[in-house]
Structures are given as structure tokens and as C-alpha cells.
Design a protein around this ligand. Structure first.
Ligand code: NPG
Length: 366
């Protein structure tokens, strides 16, 4: 399809409550949206890069810059979504920026063809079970209240953010209060080193589904050594940016579960490749989240409906993060979200809400 032009739109979305992880606290989500215009249809992509390069090396200003300066000029006049990654491959890294652009092109293409993301990706179910990620809190009672609230809303699994100094005690408290049937997991966002192995092994007592990304992004070998010392399964997130990384991690024994975030891997096509690889190797996957608006959430929910997604994802309802989403809100029903059925993402930004949260907009003609 021929691209007429691309809009880079920045929006500021206030979070319902601060979200604290081992690498920082978010209060407002600064999001870059990519809108691709073609004669047949328009498509949207949401860039998951954060304002600062704390989760990975990407950040939102950098993503906008690489899209306008390098990615768009690398595309041919006529482009097929399936070929975008190949055209962008000479430009190293910047997977979140690439993912946003590829998603927008794919969305336009699917809308033009009347096909949904779920159909295109191979969704096997029409709703997905949802977990929720619970940030680091000041006190354990505050954490217990938060978890209780989420369980009342129907979330089927709880993920606790941990860091040194906030790990064994909060996990113990949640396990004791909510019982052994609660599906519970933890996420360290790379906050530990292999020297912490004995300390992390104390988490084995709590029957966790998994511990996510305990060590640094490039510590694949160290994760394999840690896995040999823990009973709790290791899940990798930040370390896995491609199907090749996933293959390496699996063959090293660095993880037995992978959190797939399409933004981190350069898009939904690479995310599906990781899914296929993991499925062939009996490695469970689940769909992560990066505080997406309804646009990113729609595509994530479609991905999470693929058959290898055997663990509940961080695909929470819109209101977990935003009082007002830019699309029709995703709402939990019996702990599940429905996979959108309409063409492309199946959801649209609501123009008046989008205007209200927009901080800048730039039109780049092809
Ligand atoms: O449900 O969207 C969500 C957030 C889930 O905890 C979550 N995301 O490390 O996985 C993570 C974390 C994150 C959020 C990372 C924002 C980076 C940015």
C-alpha cells in the first residue's frame, strides 16, 4: 500500500495512581502515537517507549526522532506490513519505534482488508484471562489493600513488583492474606545480581508462578545459573528482544517462561515468531504490558488470544491505569477482556478525548 503521510502525535495520559517499579515512578504516561494515512485506510500504532531510557535504552523523544529521520525514509513507496521489518533492518535497534510504525501500517492494511488483528495473528479464543501488575508501595498494608481491590474487580492473577528491600516480606504478606490458591508472580525489572541467588531462593517458599527478569538484560548466562539455584521458574522480559534471543535463552536454560511485549521485540510479527518458537519448545508465554492506551491494549489482547499464551497476561482493563482512555475503555468481565472483532485494531481514538490529551502533533508527508 502507498503511504500518503504519517502523523506523529504525542499525548499525556495522567495515571490513576503513581506506578512504581524498581527503575522509577510514573505519574503521567507520555505516549507517542503513529498514524499512517493511505488512500484506502488509516492505521494506528502506539509506541511503548517511556519518557526516560530506564526500562531499556529507548525513550519517547528518541523514538520520534528515529522514526522521522531514519525509519520513514527507509520505507519504499509501496509497502506491505509483512515487509516493514526487512526494510527497517539496516537501522540497528530502536525496536519500540519500529514496532509502532509497523503496527500502524499493519492496522491500515488490515482495516483496508476488513480483517481484525486477532484473525490475522491467529487468535484461538474470543476473550483472554487478565492479570494485574501491582507497583511497589510504601507499606505492606497499602499493598494488601491494593491487591484486595484488584481481586474484587476480578483479576485472575497478581504480579508484584519487587526490588531489593521489597521482596520476601510483601510476597509473604500477600500469600498469607490471600491464600495458596492465588496465582501470584513477581517482577524485579533487572534489579538483582547473581550474588542475590540465596536471597531470591527464599521466594521459593511461596509457590510463585514465576519470577520475572531478576537479573540484568544481557545476563543470559547468569540467568541460567540462577535458574539452577531456584525452584521458582524464571521468566524473561527485558532480555528477549527477538526470536533469536528467545532461542538462545531457551537453549541455555536461562528461562522456562517468556513475557512477550510486542513493543520490546519490534512488533507483532516478531512477537508471533517468539510465540511460535516457544510453543514448539513447550515454553509458556504471556502478554506483558507497558501501560498502553486502548490502542496498544487492543493489539495486545488480540495477541494474548494465540494458543501458546497459556498464562494470564498484564492485559488489564483501561481503568487500571486511566480514568479516561482515548478509545472505548477495555472493561473486565469475569476476569477477562474480549478480543476486539472489528477490522484492524477494532478500536478508534475518540476525537474529542484525543484532542484533550494531545501535547503535540507533526505531519510528515510521504
Ligand atoms: O499492565 O501495562 C501494564 C504494566 C505491566 O508491570 C507492567 N509493566 O516491567 O513489565 C514491566 C512494566 C513496565 C511498565 C515496564 C511500563 C516499562 C514501562
Amino acid at each position: 500500500m502507498k503511504i500518503t503521510g504519517v502523523e506523529l502525535r504525542r499525548i499525556a495520559m495522567p495515571l490513576v495512581a503513581p506506578f512504581r517499579t524498581s527503575f522509577g515512578t510514573e505519574t503521567t504516561r507520555d505516549v507517542l502515537l503513529v498514524r499512517v494515512v493511505t488512500p484506502e485506510a488509516e492505521g494506528w500504532g502506539e509506541c511503548v517507549a517511556m519518557s526516560q531510557p530506564l526500562y531499556s535504552s529507548e525513550y519517547v523523544d528518541g523514538a520520534a526522532e528515529v522514526i522521522r529521520r531514519f525509519l520513514l525514509p527507509a520505507l519504499p513507496d509501496e509497502v506491505d506490513a509483512q515487509a516493514v521489518a526487512r526494510h527497517l533492518a539496516p537501522i540497528k535497534g530502536h525496536r519500540m519505534a519500529k514496532a509502532a510504525l509497523e503496527t500502524a501500517i499493519l492496522d491500515a492494511q488490515l482495516r483496508a482488508n476488513g480483517e481484525s488483528f486477532g484473525q490475522f495473528l491467529g487468535a484461538a479464543v474470543d476473550r483472554v484471562p487478565c492479570g494485574v501488575s501491582v507497583g511497589i508501595m510504601d507499606t505492606v498494608p497499602q499493598l494488601l489493600d491494593a491487591v484486595e481491590g484488584y481481586l474484587e474487580e476480578g483479576y485472575v492473577r497478581i504480579k508484584l513488583k519487587i526490588e531489593p528491600g521489597w521482596d520476601v516480606e510483601p510476597v509473604r504478606a500477600v500469600r498469607e492474606r490471600f491464600g495458596e490458591d492465588l496465582l501470584l508472580q513477581v517482577d524485579a525489572n533487572a534489579a538483582y545480581t547473581l550474588a542475590d541467588a540465596r536471597h531470591l531462593a527464599r521466594l521459593d517458599a511461596f509457590g510463585l508462578l514465576l519470577i520475572e527478569q531478576p537479573l540484568a538484560n544481557d545476563d543470559l548466562v547468569q540467568h541460567a545459573q540462577l535458574a539452577a539455584q531456584l525452584q521458582t521458574p524464571i521468566c524473561l522480559d527485558e532480555s528477549i528482544e527477538s526470536a533469536e534471543h528467545a532461542a538462545a535463552a531457551i537453549s541455555l536454560g536461562a528461562c522456562s517462561i517468556i513475557n512477550i511485549k510486542p513493543g520490546r521485540t519490534g512488533g507483532y510479527l516478531e512477537a508471533r515468531r517468539i510465540h511460535d518458537l516457544c510453543r514448539a519448545h513447550g515454553v509458556a508465554v504471556w502478554c506483558g504490558g507497558m501501560l498502553e492506551t486502548g490502542l496498544g491494549r487492543a493489539a495486545n489482547v488480540a495477541l494474548a488470544a494465540l494458543p501458546g499464551f497459556t498464562l494470564p497476561g498484564d492485559t488489564s482493563a483501561s481503568r487500571r491505569y486511566y480514568a479516561t482512555d482515548i478509545t472505548e475503555p477495555f472493561e473486565l468481565a469475569e476476569g477477562h477482556l474480549s478480543v476486539p472483532k472489528g477490522p484492524g485494531l477494532g478500536v478508534e481514538p475518540i476525537p474529542s478525548i484525543l484532542e484533550e490529551v494531545t501535547t503535540s502533533s507533526e505531519w510528515i508527508p510521504a
